[in-house]
Design a protein around this ligand. Structure first.
Ligand code: KIV
Ligand code: NA
Length: 264
């Protein structure tokens, strides 16, 4: 298996091959992801919640993201490595350039992810023009939790849905290479996926996205508290981490995960 690249992901969408993604925060799990044939590893700022025990992703710093990204990079040789730009680290193009440079040059990431459209479009354009691969993130954007008023499904009403579709088209036009869609109705996620040339990776966004991502600790059933509806404990049925990761990859590629009970 050759290392996964940005052009490779575009080709997968064109060929109708599902992209399998998971988060990772350290070298040991990164190697497990590679061994299971996972296509994309994301060092998510969800590490604030599942590793640090914070109640949101907002406290995560750029230094912490670089630290975890570098750890994952040491254990990862095949999957494409994406790192989240943390809260306020991409508030303007200059800040985004410095933050991205650290994640790519010191952390070893191949792509950065950022949340939102609006003023973020200018940031995406700036990074794209400087050859930094960008993953956009729309729908439920956890860094906006205080404005959203909680973690809940987005794009439910007609005008909200049209707005989300327009934002998705806008991030693609601004130069994003990939889009994560979080917690949106499955039918809307399908419309967005069909409308875009770039791959759409869903989490709580139904089975018709070009790929799926889950928080690693959610799909291993070790995140404290209630399991999010869109996640599934793959360790329960499979017994080992290795077989759980392989079962997840197989289920995503077969279009068997997420099922309707994991969708909105
Ligand atoms: O931080 C994270 O883990 C994420 C995924 C849920 C997409 O952004
Ligand atoms: Na994130």
């Amino acid at each position: 298996r050759a290392p996964v690249t940005v052009p490779h992901l575009l080709g997968m969408k064109a060929r109708g091959e599902k992209i399998v993604a998971l988060t990772a925060y350290d070298a040991s799990f990164a190697t497990q992801l590679d061994n299971a044939g996972i296509d994309v590893a994301l060092v998510g700022d969800s590490l604030g919640m599942v590793v640090q025990g914070q109640s949101s992703t907002l406290p995560v710093t750029l230094d912490e993201m670089v630290y975890h990204t570098a750890a994952v990079a040491r254990g990862l040789h095949l999957a494409l490595l994406i790192a989240d730009l943390p809260f306020m680290s991409y508030r303007n193009p200059d800040a985004a350039a410095i933050s991205s440079a650290r994640l790519l040059a010191q952390g070893g990431a191949a792509m950065v992810k950022l949340e939102g459209a609006g003023h973020v479009l200018e940031v995406i354009r700036y990074l794209d023009e400087r050859e930094v691969p960008v993953c956009a993130h729309l729908g439920l954007t956890p860094q906006s939790v205080h404005k959203l008023g909680g973690y809940r499904v987005q794009g439910k009403g007609k005008s909200e849905a049209e707005r989300l579709l327009a934002d998705a088209v806008a991030v693609e036009q601004a130069g994003a290479d990939l889009l994560v869609l979080e917690c949106v109705p499955a039918a809307l996620a399908k419309r967005i996926t069909d409308a875009l040339r770039i791959p759409v990776i869903g989490i709580g966004a139904g089975v018709d996205c070009d790929g799926q991502i889950l928080v690693l600790y959610d799909m291993l059933g070790i995140t404290p508290g209630k399991r999010p509806r869109f996640s599934k404990d793959f360790l329960l049925q499979n017994g080992t981490i290795e077989t759980a990761l392989k079962a997840y990859a197989k289920a995503v590629r077969a279009g068997e995960f997420p099922a309707s009970e994991h969708s909105f």
